[in-house]
Write a new protein. Structure first.
Length: 561
């Protein structure tokens, strides 16, 4: 932008200003910095544009002024008067978010003035950029009525005349504020009751979609996704063990809505992938009853919210189901089937970031299975069915969920490895013996070492004593041939030392000790023994491995309970 253009903006007619701004905006549509403009020159342009916006100019001129300001707001610095209190108030006024306490109606006490929708949307985009790039704007917008204005307009989302883009950028603003300003979360949730209003908006869209065979439109999915991200921010720091009766009811209602989202169709398959991902993230934050909590916390403990993912079924409904596999223990498990299918799809889809792809759904399944007995039993039946001829192959060989999860147990990505192990361990009711049976000792050794269970035993979870699977005849016939380390039947091989003399055996043993000692001294390996707490204890010399070995109690491999 040269001096002539700046002069035109300051002194030209409205038509000249429109032509100059249109040309500048087209040339800089993809620009994210304006180094050719000095700080003073850029600030003069910003002040000139604000001056134009404060006058009675056409909607086209207003939109072009705001588009230019939006381009300037992309810079991380040199935001000047755009992030001042007056500048932000100007944007809020044009976005329809200014909080006029003196203009009240009888119902809400607040009146929000809206101008032209295109002007409103452009002003919202400017605010989004400024809040994202400026700490000063974040602090100001969390206190200047911007949050209140958005929540008040949220109440009017049933109005068919309110454009979708206005709703969408309202939610984008609220997402940025809740993500970047922690102080806004309790205000939105408790003071302004925004948590309830957002659940109602999603529920309204789901009800509208019921009458359409294709389900949610792309725009509705986008709006739902933004709201789900906000709800995640509002619940991520909630103390799940200390919810009062009202908060508990809100959580139960939210999980009901999330179940409907899981079951709802969408016009676009790609959009469905996105909304499933946001739903999974939010389910992780839901409270549930944990028997391991102290007695004091058991009073007023919220019910298991994950139970709302399941719908009770009577005999007539079961007989009318097209897919009988979704019925389990008298409950409809469609939502859980969708979560398991989502996990399988994420495993099938190649991605650069296995961590971002798998950790949310694995975490979600861990939480739901740990909290709800019916969900755990159903997932166990799907993921860890009774073993038959599968024991002839390694647990990680194959394409079933069990095989794929066992393969993740040796993943180099720590978070994925730990969550996959935790999920399988919960399905095994935290029984070491059962875990080894389904995964092999070698695959689950890391989990057992971290939890002090290398000597066997049971985890700290509180599970029912009922057996959930019976040993198949095929497995019973093969169990004596299993190698517990690999988890499969190994071919019988001749032992290499059978033909050796005692002197040769001793010589080979000392060679092995020397080699291991060298690796130990060079820091390549760290030999350990198992301590009394069931965790590895490093040794200073390799010969300590054969000294003071603990007596490991024998276990009955046939007992699966």
């Amino acid at each position: 932008m040269n001096s002539a253009t700046i002069h035109t903006l300051r002194n030209g007619s409205e038509s000249d200003v429109i032509d100059a701004l249109q040309k500048f905006n087209d040339q800089n549509a993809q620009a994210f910095d304006f180094k050719e403009l000095t700080d003073d020159a850029k600030e003069k342009v910003i002040e000139t544009l604000f001056s134009q916006l404060s006058q009675q100019v056409s909607v086209q001129c207003q939109c072009l002024c705001l588009q230019t300001l939006r381009l300037f707001s992309r810079e991380k610095s040199r935001l000047g008067s755009m992030v001042s209190d007056l500048g932000l108030a100007q944007f809020m006024r044009l976005a329809g978010l200014e909080h006029y306490s003196r203009q009240c109606d009888e119902e809400s006490g607040i009146h929000i003035q809206l101008g032209d929708p295109q002007v409103t949307i452009e002003a919202q985009k400017c605010l989004c950029n400024l809040i994202f790039n400026s700490v000063q704007a974040q602090a100001a917008c969390s206190k200047n009525g911007c949050v209140e204005g958005i929540v008040q307009r949220l109440k009017t989302y049933k109005d068919p005349d309110l454009q979708f883009d206005i709703k969408f950028f309202d939610m984008r603003l609220l997402f940025l504020l809740t993500a970047l300003c922690a102080d806004t979360r309790p205000k939105i949730r408790f003071e302004l009751h925004g948590f309830t209003y957002m659940i109602e908006v999603i529920d309204l869209m789901l009800r509208d979609a019921e009458g359409r065979s294709e389900g949610l439109t792309d725009q509705e999915v986008d709006l739902c996704s933004e709201i789900l991200k906000i709800l995640f921010n509002l619940t991520v720091t909630v103390d799940r063990n200390n919810l009062d009766e009202e908060e508990d009811a809100h959580m139960m209602r939210l999980v009901c809505v999330l179940r409907d989202l899981l079951l709802c169709n969408t016009v676009s398959k790609d959009k469905r992938e996105g909304i499933l991902s946001h739903t999974v993230n939010l389910l992780i934050n839901m409270p549930y009853f944990s028997p391991s909590h102290t007695v004091n916390l058991l009073i007023n403990m919220p019910r298991d919210c994950y139970e709302e993912l399941l719908a009770p079924m009577n005999e007539g409904e079961v007989s009318g189901l097209e897919n009988k596999e979704v019925e389990y223990d008298g409950k409809n498990m469609e939502a859980i089937v969708i979560l398991l299918n989502f996990l399988h799809e994420r495993m099938d889809r190649p991605t650069k970031s296995l961590k971002e792809s798998l950790t949310p759904i694995l975490h979600c399944l861990c939480e739901t299975c740990r909290a709800n007995r019916s969900i755990r039993k159903f997932c166990r039946a799907k993921v860890l069915p009774p073993l038959k001829d599968e024991v002839k192959h390694l647990p990680e060989e194959g394409n079933t969920l069990r095989n794929r999860l066992c393969k993740l147990l040796t993943s180099p990505i720590l978070e994925v490895k730990e969550l996959a192990a935790d999920f399988l361990f919960v399905l095994c009711k935290e029984s070491v013996q059962r875990m080894v049976k389904y995964t092999g000792y070698g695959n689950c050794a890391g989990l057992l070492a971290n939890r002090g269970l290398l000597l066997g035993g049971q985890g700290q979870g509180d599970y029912s004593s009922n057996s959930e699977d019976s040993e198949t005849e095929e497995y019973a016939n093969l169990v004596d041939k299993l190698n517990p380390i690999t988890g499969r039947i190994e071919e019988v091989r001749s032992k290499p030392w059978e033909t050796m003399s005692e002197e040769q055996k001793e010589y080979e043993a000392m060679k092995l000790v020397s080699a291991m000692d060298k690796l130990n001294r060079e820091g390549i390996i760290q030999p350990s023994t198992i301590g009394e707490d069931g965790r590895p204890v490093p040794v200073s010399h390799i010969l300590e491995l054969v000294e003071n070995q603990p007596n490991i109690p024998a276990t009955d491999e046939h007992d699966d309970n």
